[in-house]
Design a protein around this ligand. Structure first.
Ligand SMILES: [Zn+2]
Length: 382
């Protein structure tokens, strides 16, 4: 039987950060990717969030506190004229034609590597703190300043402008879209310390994550949902579970049948998030850029065998012929932290003819594991 996807060239993207590439030297980095790692493209963070990262092979940074919520390419602020939300570039980017992004893009082009611009949208504590009126407002009126609310026109304008900016400036052939939606209440920034002593029910987590800002209430009203009533229900139900937990194995989406107004409120916000997503992908498409992960069907991580991968990929192709079966190689689990383990896992995907790979992430994974994956992908160790 012809397997169409096995005939297309294998695509392998490596998630990467500019601070690692600058450290390595863009040309040396690109050469290593092509020759030793079998990579065909770089998913480069161009608009990113905050964090505290361990960088195992950086020459001078080991425990690295990120400059929070900055962009890693020169921004065209004229594109953001219609929104009060503006990007802030990385302080180490540099000016002029030799800025760190431009040097990197030139090196990737010379090596024949595709650029995928990894873009973070609503998770932006810098903008949410500066403009709390556009941040998510919970049922009790507190603002989750780490999360911009995608129902707000200012945020939607920012998302459109950022997409246009990224597409024009980076000339990426694809984008990886991240957090173009609502974040959960505990998806907090690095400066936040969460103190919750109760074991929260998944339903409580959902209720605590809902946004009741004016824009969200308007979205609900347009869908015929009483948003203020849902806010009261959210508070009362949260407290009821706090007083007397009702453990349940049923998924939250099914349990919401008992709270139809809450379910309708969530459905209305999902519709407007999907519309924003469509706007962004349309802008990208105008620049000839595909949007990930939309076009990828993620296979299970850490598979036990090539046969297991083949079977899952076949099921995926049958159910979603438009999606590319995709392997996410993400060495981070405690029990799979050896080069031999990742060599085996990569081989299972390759033997199953998986056409698309993402490796997460250049700067976060030890050299020995990267090399083990690369040895399989380049055919040195099959
Ligand atoms: Zn909102």
């Amino acid at each position: 039987m012809t397997n169409a996807s096995s005939e297309r060239p294998r695509e392998v993207f490596l998630f990467s950060y500019l601070w690692d590439i600058v450290d390595e030297g863009p040309d040396r980095f690109a050469q290593r990717l092509v020759e030793q790692l079998g990579v065909t493209g770089v998913a480069l963070a161009v608009a990113y969030h905050d964090g505290r990262f361990l960088l195992p092979h950086h020459s001078r940074r080991r425990m690295y506190m990120l400059e929070p919520h900055v962009t890693y390419f020169p921004n065209d602020l004229s594109l953001y004229a219609d929104t009060p939300l503006k990007p802030t570039p990385w302080s180490e980017l540099g000016d002029g034609p030799d800025n760190a992004f431009a040097q990197t893009k030139a090196a990737l082009d010379r090596a024949g590597l595709e650029l995928q611009s990894w873009t973070v949208y609503c998770y932006n504590e810098r903008l949410g703190t500066a403009h709390p009126e556009y941040a998510v407002e919970n049922a009790w009126g507190s603002r989750y300043t780490f999360g911009l609310c995608p129902a707000q026109e200012a945020v939607r304008g920012y998302a459109r402008a950022l997409t246009e900016d990224v597409c024009r400036a980076t000339e990426a052939s694809s984008l990886w879209l991240e957090s173009l939606d609502y974040r959960d209440f505990d998806y907090c920034g690095s400066e936040s310390i969460v103190k919750i002593t109760a074991d929260l029910d998944p339903l409580q987590r959902q209720l605590a994550s809902l946004c009741f800002c004016p824009a969200c209430l308007q979205v609900a009203a347009q869908a015929g949902v009483d948003g203020e009533g849902v806010r009261v229900t959210a508070r009362e139900t949260f407290d009821r579970f706090l007083r007397s937990p009702e453990p349940s194995e049923t998924p939250v989406a099914e349990r919401l049948a008992d709270w139809p107004a809450v379910a309708a409120y969530i459905a209305a916000r999902d519709v407007q998030v999907a519309a924003l997503h469509q706007e962004v992908t349309t802008i990208a498409a105008r620049h000839g850029a595909r949007c990930f992960p939309d076009v990828a069907g993620m296979l299970s991580q850490n598979p036990p065998s090539a046969a297991a991968v083949s079977s899952e990929a076949a099921a995926l192709r049958a159910a979603h012929p438009d999606l590319l079966p995709c392997a996410m190689l993400r060495p981070e689990s405690k029990d799979g932290r050896s080069p031999g383990y990742w060599s085996d896992v990569t081989r299972y995907y390759v033997e199953a003819n998986v056409p698309l790979y993402f490796i997460y992430n250049y700067g976060l994974v030890e050299d020995s594991i990267l090399d083990a994956i690369g040895a399989v992908l380049t055919g040195r160790n099959l």
